[in-house]
Design a protein around this ligand. Structure first.
Ligand SMILES: [Zn+2]
Length: 593
């Protein structure tokens, strides 16, 4: 008897030990609550203590000082990204709670990580890939927890706030990088360079049947191999998985062209300010899951879980193909001479989408007395709707041999560093002939947007000039993995160029002026010496009445065409160098640091 009970005890102990992780806060509350920041971190710490296939790494400080964590899960226990790349092991990076009021991915990822490690049927999948999980990205927002900031959402009972500690929307900050979180993210992303990236959200907007909607990064931003693989293989496979193995319906992100989706929906242009748009600058096939706000939290989390599981299953079955599609695309981007930097929806190209919606009607509002929209959930429909899902490039820019960034822009250098861009420092003061842009027309939004006054349109003029550079200025060659990123941040015509986000606004202001009464005689002299200028001046006077009537405008015209006017006014201060000469350089940031 004693022997048997000892055996029974041993079996029980083994059972306990082989499933060591407990339930998550989501499971313990039957889907009513989402894990807090501390609960999520403690859970993963326990996971890492229990399983040698899990490591937790820290990537600097977040907006509230607490560290930014990355949980790395590798069946083969490969925690060195260089080794992973060498062995061709693909990585899925999952980012959660960028908007902590939309925490479906926080809880889904915790359960997924545990189940993959503890379920014997699932465990072999981990040998084929690496999973990276950012448990909670917007830590400041997650700690600002309450019941009510998302007025239209079905649960959980409490959740974090959209803005970070500095009230920035982190899902607009991947290029301008105002926050510590964005710097930490860049370090994580550039260290691991995932093949697939997933950012988990909950959506606002119309009502319809789908529990989960999906944004795939615009294939127009990916090079051929990755674009084709994402569009023709990966997305259809994930759609099939959701159809067959999930109880929840998934459809493309519902971005209605009219008030309601049955008039048609359009693809979403994920510019580089957004997570998926940033990721695809590096040829990562990237997704944003948007669970539908009006579905119960329990269902949203489970649908997100299913999508993440489907991605893991697909990659574990096709690790070589996923890895190769991205490697090839990165090589294609490396060899590319020019890049599209802005796009617009092509309204001529229209597909059809089988859409599962709800009938709707307008009725008089009891609050406003005006028309209000009401969806009828008891009247579901399934019909074809127009789907505008094609974008065409509006601006294409040829990359220079190198960009030259004067060291005065040290904050920009910090962004380059976090992004592991390779660059060199000039070793001596030198004069070089470079291509320069003049920012002739700049239109600026009048309302503050994400801590900036965004320049929404820019017109440029090009010139070649000899410019004096100084020891320590940055030479950034474009023949590197980051070429597409460099073109997007440094070309002012790019929709999310750093210039658009005010990084170089200093040059927009004129520093020296003149006093009209003193300048009169000088202006007379200038015109007398320059007959071409005089002819142009007279012509403008004859044609332009307001110019003719303004003495100041006329003197200013002569001033700006004279040697007195500063050349640096409106001159974009990042220069394009097309030369191939050998420069005296010292190492800046290279792959080695
Ligand atoms: Zn969101």
């Amino acid at each position: 008897m004693k022997g048997i009970s000892t055996l029974l005890f041993a079996v029980l102990m083994f059972k306990l030990l082989s499933a060591q992780m407990g339930m998550t806060p989501f499971e313990n509350t039957w889907g009513e609550e989402t894990a807090t920041y501390q609960q999520a971190i403690d859970f993963y710490k326990q996971l890492a203590e229990t399983y040698p296939e899990v490591e937790i790494k820290e990537y600097g400080r977040s907006d509230v000082g607490k560290p930014m964590h990355l949980v790395v899960i590798s069946g083969q226990k490969i925690f060195d990204p260089k080794k992973a790349k060498k062995e061709g092991i693909p990585m899925i990076l999952i980012n959660n709670a960028i908007h902590p009021g939309e925490p479906c991915g926080v809880d889904a990822s915790m359960m997924l990580a545990r189940n993959l490690l503890e379920d014997k049927k699932l465990r072999p999948m981990l040998d084929e890939l690496i999973i990276g999980i950012i448990p909670i990205y917007n830590i400041g927002g997650a700690l600002n927890r309450g019941c009510c900031s998302r007025a239209n959402q079905e649960g959980p009972l409490s959740y974090g706030f959209r803005g970070n500690a500095g009230n920035y929307d982190l899902n607009r900050d991947f290029i301008k990088m105002d926050t510590r979180n964005a710097h930490a993210f860049a370090r994580i992303f550039q260290t691991w360079l995932p093949e697939i990236f997933i950012d988990t959200h909950t959506t606002n907007g119309a009502d319809y049947q789908a529990t989960l909607t999906l944004i795939a990064t615009r294939p127009e931003k990916l090079e051929k191999s990755a674009a084709a693989y994402q569009t023709e293989t990966l997305v259809p496979a994930l759609e099939k998985y959701m159809k067959k193995k999930s109880s929840y319906h998934m459809c493309p992100y519902v971005y209605s062209v009219g008030n309601v989706p049955d008039k048609g929906i359009a693809g979403f242009l994920d510019l580089p300010r957004y997570s998926s748009g940033y990721a695809s600058l590096f040829q990562t096939m990237s997704f944003i899951t948007e669970a539908h706000m009006l579905k119960p939290f329990k269902d949203r989390v489970t649908a997100t879980y299913d999508f993440l599981s489907g991605t893991v299953e697909f990659v574990s079955k096709n690790p070589g193909a996923v890895f190769e599609a991205v490697v090839k695309a990165r090589l294609e981007a490396y060899n590319k001479k020019s890049f599209a930097v802005n796009w617009k929806l092509d309204q001529e190209k229209q597909d059809e989408l089988m859409f599962k919606g709800f009938e709707y009607s307008y009725e008089t509002s009891k609050v406003t007395g005006k028309d209000r929209l009401r969806y009828h959930r008891d009247k579901p429909f399934e019909k074809k709707i127009p789907y505008f899902n094609s974008f065409s490039a509006t601006t294409v820019v040829e990359k220079p041999n190198a960009y030259i960034l004067p060291q005065t822009y040290w904050e920009v250098e910090e962004k380059l560093k976090a992004n592991k861009v390779e660059y060199f420092y000039l070793d001596t003061d030198t004069t070089m002939e470079v291509e320069v842009y003049y920012l002739d027309k700049v239109h600026t939004q009048m309302r503050s947007y994400e801590g900036h006054f965004y320049h929404d349109s820019v017109e440029l003029r090009k010139e070649f000039q000899k410019i004096r550079f100084y020891k320590g200025d940055l030479i950034i060659y474009t023949n590197q993995l980051h070429s597409q990123y460099l073109v997007h941040i440094f070309e002012p015509l790019a929709a999310d160029a750093l210039f658009r986000w005010n990084a170089f606004d200093g040059v927009l202001m004129q520093k020296e002026y003149f006093s009209s009464y003193v300048f009169e005689e000088r202006a007379e002299e200038i015109l007398a010496r320059n007959s071409e200028l005089k002819a142009a001046f007279e012509k403008k006077k004859a044609e332009d009445e307001s110019f003719r009537e303004s003495a100041r405008a006329q003197l200013f015209y002569i001033y700006t065409h004279s040697v007195h006017y500063e050349k640096t006014h409106r001159r974009y201060p990042v220069f394009r160098w097309q030369g191939i000469g050998v420069l005296p350089l010292t190492m800046g940031q290279t792959d080695k640091n």
